[in-house]
Design a protein around this ligand. Structure first.
Ligand code: ADP
Length: 300
């Protein structure tokens, strides 16, 4: 029996991709897709040729986070063409293939595996410096498939995104153990939503009752500060939102012997950028997370 023709086809496609990075999380809602999207934007802003592949089949949020809702995949004689945000940032997601975005995708494992195989085999990425793969939360069919299909051609490693709470960290330990079992290097762990950080100018100050009327005092407070203490406007205020008394991701990384990449705060501007399908990284004024994301990416 000869080699599996699918694996041969995947290896051929992947031969033009220099680095492959998986983005994983133990739980949903911790910011994995947001991180994958911003990582891809950041790498593209650094002039790399980047592909972002969303294999979260049941909850594809990547099209929205890159401002590509409603776009469709086209086919050429070279294969399926990704949808391009910029000439050096292409995106592939099942979200582009659903006739109705509100419809649930109820697929069993083999069908999910089939689609992942097809994404790897049939998408024409051309020359890529990085292929970022946004996986669904947990360690299920999709993860086993992607690792199995990519391993023959080599995976650089996985980045695991978590929040600081124990409930999320417990599941990160499972992701680390999954990576160890299947032989994928853990490039590092990102602690997302690590405290709420805002510039003072992002604050909305509470309304004030004056003569029985409600007044929004934000403009008055900021106006006063602009005049009296403009340097204060650049202050960043942070508060702990989630309990990290157990040492958060930093300590877990030490215990498990994997690199800790950094903390991204809960940042209203980052959330806005994700909602509007924009890069938070390119716009240095975008909240307080852009420099943090930059330092994380530099460590990779
Ligand atoms: P996951 O992929 O882990 O399910 P998402 O990336 O979809 O999580 O993030 C869930 C929600 O949280 C999104 O609305 C996203 O914009 C928001 N979010 C993620 N990280 C941050 C952050 N650091 N600051 C503010 N909002 C964030």
């Amino acid at each position: 029996k000869g080699p599996d023709p699918d694996l041969v086809a995947i290896a051929e496609r992947m031969a033009t991709v220099k680095h492959k990075i998986l983005v994983l999380s133990g739980k949903g809602g911790v910011g994995k897709s947001t991180f994958s999207a911003q990582l891809s934007y950041a790498l593209a802003a650094m002039d790399f040729q980047v592909g972002l592949m969303d294999i979260d089949i049941c909850g594809p949020s990547i099209p929205k986070m890159l401002g590509l809702e409603g776009q469709e995949i086209h086919q050429s004689n070279l294969g399926w063409s990704p949808v391009y945000v910029e000439s050096n940032l292409g995106v592939m997601s099942i979200g582009f293939m659903l006739p109705n975005p509100d419809e649930a995708v109820i697929w069993r494992g083999p069908r999910k595996n089939g689609l992942i195989k097809q994404f790897l085999k049939d998408v024409y990425w051309g020359e890529l410096d990085f292929l970022v793969v946004d996986a669904p939360p947990g360690t299920s069919d999709e993860h086993i498939s992607i690792v199995q299909y990519l391993q023959a051609t080599g995976i650089d490693g996985a980045i695991i995104v978590t929040t600081p709470q124990q409930v999320s960290l417990i599941d990160v330990r499972k992701e680390v153990s999954f990576c160890k079992k299947v032989g994928v290097e853990v490039l590092g762990v990102v602690e997302n939503m690590s405290g709420l950080c805002q510039r003072l100018t992002d604050f909305r100050f509470a309304k004030l009752m004056e003569n029985g009327e409600q007044n929004d005092i934000t403009e008055r407070v900021l106006g006063y500060m602009r005049e009296k203490a403009p340097e204060m406007l650049d202050l960043i205020a942070c508060s702990e939102v989630f309990d990290s008394s157990g040492g958060g991701a930093t300590q877990m990384c030490q215990e498990m012997g994997v690199p800790f990449l950094g903390k991204v705060p809960l940042d209203p501007q980052l959330c806005k950028a994700a909602e509007e399908g924009r890069s938070c990284f390119a716009d240095q004024k975008c909240g307080v997370s852009a420099p943090v994301l930059k330092s994380i990416i530099e460590k990779l």
